[in-house]
Design a protein around this ligand. Structure first.
Ligand code: B12
Ligand code: SF4
Ligand code: SF4
Length: 257
């Protein structure tokens, strides 16, 4: 492992580990996962076809970008368990969403400072709310960048399924530090994608948005806004997440041997 890679991984792990005490958060997180993509990976350009022509490439954030650092912050299991029952999101899920977004912004800023001390630069990208509210598509999809970095694979529920499941949030940082890319993952992680089995996430959808054959992002957003209205006292929380919890890929890669 290169020296800077070790520094980054220790820094992210320590930052996330000490955050609940430092910031007195309700949420706690399990140890993070980190992966790296080569900024020149041709799959970033392909996202202009897959997502939208205006989707950014790493050099749009940093002209001399070398690497995209992608990380996954898994929620403590109590957060996911709290969101299983009922149509409404649990208060814990809402709080975890808000606190994790703040954590991602804080962590990115601190990581950028750390990289600067080592002679590198980093561009900061917000965790969410950076999307077109009509098309419901962002010009920088964290999970596609994380997918390219080899952090996980897409599930039927649209989530990036990592080695620690999908109940958590994804962050990315673009830097000019040269760090070799993480090896590509060739296997699927989603059981439905492997052999057509499972599909539990679609059955769990509470607003008829997610089906085995299709996903209606507008119906999904409507449900997220329903929860946002319900929990407006906590801040902007357009969440739901019922298709992530109580499913085989909540905490693990269900296809791991
Ligand atoms: C816009 C948005 C939404 C919209 C639209 C949903 C959507 N699916 O895109 C709304 C508001 C509805 C929404 C809802 C949710 N969101 Co949201 N959302 C985003 C945001 C801001 C941008 C996503 C985007 O533009 N995607 C691009 C579109 C085209 O991708 P897509 O619709 O997912 O479809 C792609 C995949 O299915 C993929 N795919 C499937 N198989 C394969 C195979 C290959 C080879 C490839 C390349 C791609 C691929 O292909 C499709 C097209 O590319 C991101 C943050 C960010 N900036 O990245 C968070 C984000 C995606 N959301 C997240 C979460 C958790 C949620 C919710 C669970 C809400 C919650 N927190 O409770 C729900 C889940 C909905 C669902 N089942 O998809 C997390 C996902 C974490 C994870 N483990 O993956 C993100 C990454 C935020 C974060 N920082 O962690 N979200
Ligand atoms: S619940 Fe099953 S079908 Fe849905 S994403 Fe997870 S593994 Fe795939
Ligand atoms: S987040 Fe909620 S509404 Fe959206 S697909 Fe999942 S269960 Fe359905």
């Amino acid at each position: 492992m290169s020296k800077i890679r070790g520094i980054i991984e220790n820094f992210i792990a320590d930052y996330v580990g000490s955050y609940p005490t430092k910031k007195n958060t309700d949420t706690t997180w399990l140890p993070p996962l980190v992966a790296y993509a080569d900024a020149a990976d041709s799959r970033f350009l392909e996202l202009k076809n897959i997502i939208s022509p205006s989707h950014a490439v790493p050099t749009d954030f940093l002209p001399d970008a070398q690497t995209v650092i992608a990380y996954f912050l898994p929620f403590n299991r109590v957060v996911a368990k709290s969101n299983i029952l009922g149509r409404e999101s649990s208060r814990e899920w809402v709080v975890a969403y808000i606190e994790t977004n703040t954590l991602i912004s804080d962590l990115n800023a601190a990581l950028a400072q750390k990289l600067t001390k080592h002679g590198y630069r980093a561009a900061l990208i917000p965790p969410t709310h950076n999307f077109d509210k009509v098309k419901l598509i962002s010009d920088w999809s964290h999970r596609h960048a994380a997918y390219i970095a080899g952090l996980g694979k897409f599930g039927l529920n649209n989530m990036l399924i990592t080695a620690k499941g999908c109940c958590g949030r994804v962050g990315t940082v673009v830097t000019n530090a040269p760090i070799g890319p993480t090896p590509r993952v060739d296997r699927q992680y989603c059981l439905y994608k492997i052999d057509g089995s499972c599909g539990i996430c679609a059955k769990r959808c509470v607003n008829d948005a997610l089906h085995k054959e299709s996903f209606d992002r507008q119906k999904c957003y409507a449900m997220c806004l329903e929860n946002a209205a319900r929990f407006y006292d906590l801040g902007l929380a357009d969440v739901c997440g019922k298709c992530l919890v109580d499913v085989p890929c909540s905490y693990v890669n269900p296809a791991a041997p």
